[in-house]
Design a protein around this ligand. Structure first.
Ligand SMILES: [Zn+2]
Length: 140
């Protein structure tokens, strides 16, 4: 278990007890704060407006033991999308909460097939721009 992440989860729960929440945008992935009483949320970064369920908590129960903090994905793993990943054209090519299976690996990258049947590569390096870590996928 990752105790530092565990601590963040506890702090997030404490924030929620006071009527606020810290979430990540389901479209652009950037974090923002909102009141838990709000029924519709709007991302201040990209103006995406939707139901709170489209804005995952930044830290949530179970994250500390989830694979994302413990190991890199391997071939055949099923990943759950947490960010729809815009292409250069601005089109979203992945669907939040939809499952994608890792197709193949190459040096420090793996591929999945997106909603348009195109192959998409994600870096395994935490600093990579198009990275898997915390940004697009969470291991199921
Ligand atoms: Zn956004």
């Amino acid at each position: 278990m990752n105790t530092k992440i565990r601590n963040q989860i506890d702090l997030q729960a404490e924030i929620q007890e006071h009527g606020f929440n810290l979430v990540t945008c389901g479209r652009c992935g950037d974090p923002f704060l909102h009141r838990t009483s709000e029924v519709t949320l709007e991302c201040p970064h990209c103006e995406f407006e939707s139901d709170p369920s489209d804005f995952p908590d930044l830290f949530y129960e179970g994250l500390e033991v989830s694979e994302v903090y413990n190991k890199k994905p391997s071939a055949g793993d099923i990943l759950v999308c947490i960010n729809p990943c815009k292409m250069d054209s601005g089109e979203e090519t992945l669907t939040i909460k939809k499952e994608y299976k890792i197709k193949s690996f190459r040096k420090k990258e793996f591929s999945i097939t997106d909603d348009y049947n195109d192959t998409h590569w994600f870096g395994l390096d935490k600093d990579d721009k198009n990275t898997y870590w915390k940004t697009f996928f969470r291991l199921k």
